[in-house]
Design a binder for this molecule. Sequence first.
Ligand SMILES: Nc1nc2c(ncn2[C@@H]2O[C@H](COP(=O)(O)OP(=O)(O)OP(=O)(O)O)[C@@H](O)[C@H]2O)c(=O)[nH]1
Ligand SMILES: [Mg+2]
Length: 470
Amino acid sequence: MGLGDIADGLSRGVESIGSTVSGAFFEPVVRLGVTGLSRAGKTVFITSLVANLLDRARMPQLAAASEGRILTAYLQPQPDDTVPRFDFETHLAALTAAQPRWPESTRAVSQLRLSLRVRPAGLLAGIQGPRTIHLDIVDYPGEWLLDLELLDLSYEDWASKALHRAEGRSQAEAYMALARDIDGDAKFEEPQARQLADGYAAYLQEAREAGYSDCTPGRFLLPGEMAGSPALTFAPIPKPARGKRGSLWREMERRYDAYTARIVKPFFRDHFSRIDRQIVLVDALGAIHAGPAALDDLRRAMTDILSAFRPGRNAWLSRLLLGQRVEKILFAATKADHLHHLQHPRLTHIMEALVRDAKDRADFAGAKTESMAIAALRATVEETLGHGGRNLDCVRGTLLDGRQAAFYPGELPEDPQRLLGPAREGAETWLDEDYAIMNFAPAALRLKPGEGPPHIRLDRAAQFLFGDRL
Ligand SMILES: Nc1nc2c(ncn2[C@@H]2O[C@H](COP(=O)(O)OP(=O)(O)OP(=O)(O)O)[C@@H](O)[C@H]2O)c(=O)[nH]1
Ligand SMILES: [Mg+2]
């Protein structure tokens, strides 16, 4: 047992309550948060990461693995009794089936504990035996981070802001028509609250699909197990003259307060505040394919989401964190297997440019950050095809209907501003190039013993995120 372990055990003491009970107080825990907007690739990332940590032949860039210091890796019951377990086995079975499929979409937070028996590196190797390090991986929707803003706003402030935003958005027409006729002083009736909440949720859903990301409350899009409860049955309405007791307005206000107190705060307290290392997955290629408006919206969403990592952003959260903060944040452009590797550096530059705004504001006060282009599960192989007198660097894979196809996604510009500039200025289409994206199915795998699923730079990502703790 080294001194480092003890100090580590103590500084992370609060979160190790579970491990204390099991008598493993001095076994260090690294909590890795995995987030991103919906469909960014969180589930595939965690599944492939865990599979590749269990079978490490494809992890040469993870130093502890290539140095042969990871003796064993195994899944353990996770320490938090009330958090759903990340369903690793089901997701892996889908990806590695004879006819592989992508895992189902997930709707709530989940967690998995992977424990690694590791021989220490360097000088300690001689005097210290192997030790166990727990990697707790937490999967949570990026949308939930947007709710941090609500902690700063009263219902009145939030409602006026939300109605103001909805004004003029075509997706909100039906809801605005409904809200305009509402008398907040009228006596509260549940069916009316339900109708308003459903209408508002429908608008958020549509706005989200149209590429808007400032869609709070985040749980309206991903309600999880709270669907239908009063804390999720509210909506913004115009402030009435009196706002008397028993009125619709007063009940909406009460429910909004319940939402922030009972749903938003517990998430930040129980999950977010305990994260040591964070990966933010970003489907930048998907946004580029969807066009300039979607890309600009993604940039703004990243700024909003990442503000949760800015120390001092919210007084309540700062008190909770007591100066403890996420030590490393990796921004990963996912699904890089849609591109020939020659284009990967360009995708990385685009990723860097996308988060620059957020970074410039605070540089996350001491957190180490990096951007990378990765594919958690490589579904393609590279192929160069002659076309119209030039060589096109393509990728080939299996489509969802089982056919094989070679695919040229378009050439990303060397300078990310060639995309981000027009996006910011409200361009409607890309001028120079069309970007395509294709829905490949996961490739059928023939894994040799010791091999995890194929990926791109998953080992580099792992090294950045927690390699230093192994
Ligand atoms: N080609 C390729 N596609 C990927 C990869 N990772 C994810 N995808 C695609 O992205 C989709 C979403 O991936 P998920 O891992 O389910 O994303 P998620 O963030 O967990 O999504 P939600 O749970 O719905 O929020 C998958 O169904 C795949 O189509 C990858 O590494 N390569
Ligand atoms: Mg998921």
